[in-house]
Design a protein around this ligand. Structure first.
Ligand SMILES: Cc1ncc(COP(=O)(O)O)c(C=O)c1O
Length: 366
């Protein structure tokens, strides 16, 4: 009865974690993939006013023109990239689905640096593509030789996610330029998911779009930086012919992104989240040094709100041990073809982080 394509989407890993967590009364939750702050009042109010004023009908499929115009200027200013076309999507997830369905043919290969954001693998398969992983352990840099080796006649695109989930890695300018040159040589499309761009702690996160504008589709959104993951709003920017196809598919799927949210995020485009960034930087430093002191092998994340240390012993046993102490963390195998690491989200209160760090110290040696 169920279509075969549904079997390409495997949620068993995530489900296993949630099943294990179900029995915990008051877990110390370091698994959360969303910000722990709420939408800025002013932006919330704009959304409310928009609903009250009756702006509740369908909008244009590609999003309201005022937002697309403001977005284009924002991208030119912040990404040194002049996109041919933009559209408003139902979050970055909506953009990913439209993009993959519009571009991937049966058997096309899509290069995904491993570890990766969990949706990529499953959505690529859902669209009929074959994910090809390149191992970026232990420092999560993309090795240009490994990238070149992974390219075949069937390769269609490379997915980049910098700052990255689950590693917090920001690709350097040099690395981004190198990847752009390789993509250009082989005529490959780049999908650049920059949803954590505002969470960059020591340096600006360079965008590949500014080095490879003709064949990059930039995806971003407001779930993380504006604390509005439930509002389902994001955008795609890139070559007109690709964005046009995505709009065509949006017309018969999502129809449009939520109307009130489109009005509200016009204000969010240039809204500073400096205060939150500073807070997250303190949390990043705290959890990194606690893990180091406890003897974990771990890289300092440059951005996002995740850290991805090595499990000190077998993954299953380690995660279970954490759960036995009421600590909820995510096994690395959910984001990787390997099962050697685990993800901590530091998008939590300082007291939760302190409790978590204490337990991690306790369970380090079994
Ligand atoms: C790398 C990455 N891309 C996309 C998303 C989805 O974002 P959205 O809420 O805009 O669909 C997430 C959410 O966790 C993410 O981590």
């Amino acid at each position: 009865m169920i279509a075969k394509r549904m079997s390409t989407i495997d949620v068993s890993g995530i489900r296993k974690v949630f099943d294990l967590a179900k029995n915990l009364k008051n877990p110390i939750n370091l698994s959360i993939g969303q910000p722990d702050f709420d939408i800025p009042e002013e932006i919330k109010q704009t959304g409310i006013d928009s609903i009250k004023s009756g702006f509740n009908k369908y909008t244009q499929t590609q999003g309201i023109p005022e937002l697309n115009e403001a977005l284009k200027s924002h991208i030119i200013k912040n990404y040194s990239f002049t996109p041919q076309k933009t559209m408003i999507t139902s979050g970055v997830s909506g953009g990913l689905l439209l993009l993959f369905m519009a571009l991937i043919e049966e058997g096309d290969e899509v290069i995904i640096p491993d570890p990766y954001f969990v949706m990529y693998k499953h959505l690529v398969k859902f669209a009929g593509g074959t994910p090809v992983f390149i191992d970026t352990y232990p420092d999560f840099d993309i090795d240009p030789d490994k990238l070149k080796k992974a390219i075949t006649k069937k390769t269609k695109m490379i997915i980049l996610n910098s700052p990255g989930n689950p590693t917090g890695k920001i690709l350097s300018e040099e690395s981004v330029k190198e990847i752009a040159a390789i993509a250009d040589k082989y005529g490959l499309l780049i999908v650049s998911d920059e949803i954590y761009k505002s969470f960059s702690y020591d340096m600006e996160s360079p965008s590949i779009a500014s080095y490879y504008p003709e064949k990059t589709v930039l995806l971003n959104g407001f779930s993380k930086n504006m604390g509005m993951p439930g509002w389902r709003i994001g955008y795609a920017a890139g070559p007109s012919n690709i964005i046009e196809e995505m709009i065509k598919l949006q017309q018969y799927t999502f129809v449009c992104a939520p109307s009130f949210a489109q009005v509200a995020v016009m204000k969010a485009l240039d809204f500073s989240i400096e205060k939150h960034r500073e807070e997250y930087k303190i949390k990043r430093d705290y959890i990194y040094s606690s893990l180091r002191e406890a003897g974990y092998k771990v890289n300092k994340p440059d951005g996002a709100f995740y850290i991805f240390p090595e499990c000190p012993y077998e993954e299953d046993e380690f995660i279970k041990n954490a759960l036995n102490h009421s600590l909820l963390i995510i096994p690395g195998s959910i984001f990787s073809e390997k099962n050697t690491n685990f993800r901590i989200s530091f998008s939590a209160s300082m007291s939760t982080l302190e409790k978590g760090a204490e337990i991690l110290k306790k369970i380090k040696n079994g």
